[in-house]
Design a protein around this ligand. Structure first.
Ligand SMILES: Nc1ncnc2c1ncn2[C@@H]1O[C@H](COP(=O)(O)OP(=O)(O)OP(=O)(O)O)[C@@H](O)[C@H]1O
Length: 255
């Protein structure tokens, strides 16, 4: 199957009435129930919502890791529903980056080797300069030769961030990237993610439970029962008021 590349759209990722049903028959669960939304290039979106509201499913579908039951998803200008498994794997490898709650670093390798590893597995060469630039972009130029056990949790997550970004993906997907970190190190990782959006125009989609994490985004999308319940555009927040208003909205959704 050939892939038609469309003229660059304004949105890096677009979902058109996406439905996702997990399982079948009596035990089926509708995780996404007709979600339509666009994520503009160069913006940082936080996805929030009560447990089970469909956040991870949305991220997995948007990233081409899972197939929607119905609807259409455009990722990096490509209709991923029209792609074969092989084409989607290539699209993911070339155009998107991931970070998860678990850092998933290999303990026996240095930070630089960890950054390089997935590209090497994918048969794609990244140069030493690209690895160094990715580590420098997350403030870890001096730690390239350190193994994960010699780095703090926040630094380890920043290595994972460098690993996700070394191929300069169109979109960074982050599923609870600060879930395993304390408040101080969370802040350090979020500041870095915010800086990558501001300085590199890195389109970022992040699922989080933490209002303080969502507060660094440009837009917060709230899901409930697989539907978009609310969408809020944030202004820059030097006095920390965004987190409180996001927490209040979450409390209303959970009531
Ligand atoms: N592989 C699966 N098989 C069956 N049901 C699933 C599967 N993955 C998710 N679900 C169900 O789909 C719904 C949405 O799940 P999802 O993980 O997307 O929600 P979430 O908002 O990310 O939840 P949480 O905040 O608890 O991580 C839930 O009811 C969940 O139990």
């Amino acid at each position: 199957m050939t892939t038609t590349r469309h003229a660059p759209a304004q949105d890096a990722v677009e979902l058109f009435t996406v439905r996702k049903v997990h399982g079948a028959g009596d035990r089926s669960v509708t995780a996404l129930d007709g979600v339509s939304i666009g994520f503009p290039r160069g913006t940082f979106t936080a996805i929030m919502g009560p447990s089970g509201s469909g956040k991870s499913t949305l991220l997995q579908c948007a990233a081409g890791l899972d197939r929607p039951t119905d609807g259409r998803i455009m990722l990096a200008g490509v209709d991923i529903g029209q792609q074969t498994e092989k084409e989607r794997t290539k699209l993911r490898r070339d155009h998107i980056g991931f970070v998860f709650q678990a850092f998933n670093l290999v303990e026996s390798l240095t930070a630089a080797q960890n950054v390089e590893l997935p590209s090497r597995f994918a048969g794609r060469r990244v140069s030493r300069e690209q690895v160094a630039a990715a580590l420098a972009a997350v403030g870890l130029a001096e730690r390239a030769g350190h193994r994960p056990s010699r780095l703090s949790g926040g630094q380890q997550q920043r290595v994972a961030l460098a690993r996700a970004l070394v191929t300069r993906p169109d979109v960074l997907f982050a599923d609870e990237p600060t879930g395993a970190l304390d408040t101080v190190t969370s802040r350090e990782v979020l500041r870095m993610m915010r800086m990558l959006v501001d300085q590199e125009g890195q389109t970022t989609l992040m699922v989080t439970h933490d209002p303080a994490a969502a507060a660094v985004a440009d837009v917060v999308v709230f899901l409930k029962d697989g539907r978009i319940a609310d969408r809020v555009t944030l202004t820059r927040d030097p006095d920390g008021r965004n987190a409180a208003s996001i927490a209040a909205r979450m409390a209303r959704l959970e009531a």
